[in-house]
Design a protein around this ligand. Structure first.
Ligand SMILES: NC(=O)c1ccc[n+]([C@@H]2O[C@H](COP(=O)([O-])OP(=O)(O)OC[C@H]3O[C@@H](n4cnc5c(N)ncnc54)[C@H](OP(=O)(O)O)[C@@H]3O)[C@@H](O)[C@H]2O)c1
Length: 187
């Protein structure tokens, strides 16, 4: 049997991407977020509290600490990478497998794992994810980190809410689910 290009098998936790992106897919500049949007940070916190979050080592460096109330799993090719309060894995798949097992805090859910960036990790996670919670920011901004190609034909928006930030930025929060694969016409 051929391996599907998107591994969305039901074994293991549901893989959910959480990302905020500006127009053109910009998600970062100089290893930081190129906007100030506290409303989206609150949404991120509410979405991920009590959950396992998986992030690339560079995103972790930009945050600098494990996020309270969450299980932080950092992906680095360096097997010696460590930081207090974090777990680590050398591949994204290992990080997801780790999230499926109870960690140090038994209150953290194991049925869904949130991949929270950055660009390199999203590029791999987009093929594994069944869900993507995307903050679409109506902003043109320069950046050096981009969200990968997001084929709208493969995803449907389950819900969409529109927001106006205090600083005047408009943004939407869209909860995308991967569409079921269409039946093979060749039978
Ligand atoms: N807007 C958003 O929602 C959002 C969210 C998160 C981050 N960001 C932004 O994204 C930017 C960072 O993204 P980035 O692409 O530069 O870095 P990144 O994906 O955060 O981290 C890259 C590092 O993670 C490790 N890594 C990534 N993929 C791996 C894999 N498949 N296997 C093993 N290790 C892997 C490697 O660490 P080692 O080098 O240690 O091996 C790699 O150097 C920043 O600007 C940040 O602010 C934006």
């Amino acid at each position: 049997m051929q391996h599907p290009s998107h591994d969305t098998s039901s074994s293991g936790p549901r893989v959910t991407i959480v990302v905020a992106r500006a127009r053109g897919g910009v998600i970062g500049a100089g290893n930081a977020l190129p906007w100030h949007l506290p409303e989206d940070l609150r949404h991120f916190r509410a979405t991920t509290l009590g959950r396992a979050i998986v992030m690339g080592r560079k995103t972790f460096e930009s945050i600098g600490k494990a996020l309270p109330g969450r299980r932080t799993i950092v992906v680095s090719r360096d097997p010696a990478w460590s930081h207090p309060g974090c777990e680590s894995a050398t591949t994204l798949r290992d990080a997801i497998a780790l999230a499926a097992q109870p960690g140090p805090d038994p209150a953290i859910a194991t049925d869904e794992v949130f991949v929270v960036g950055g660009a390199e990790l999203y590029r791999e996670a987009i093929g594994l994810a069944q869900r993507a919670i995307v903050t679409e920011i109506e902003l043109d901004v320069a950046g050096d980190a981009h969200f990968p190609e997001f084929d709208p034909a493969q995803w449907r928006a389950l819900s969409r809410s529109t927001h106006l930030a205090q600083n005047g930025l408009h943004f939407e929060i869209v909860d995308y689910r991967r569409r079921a694969p269409s039946p093979d016409a060749a039978g």
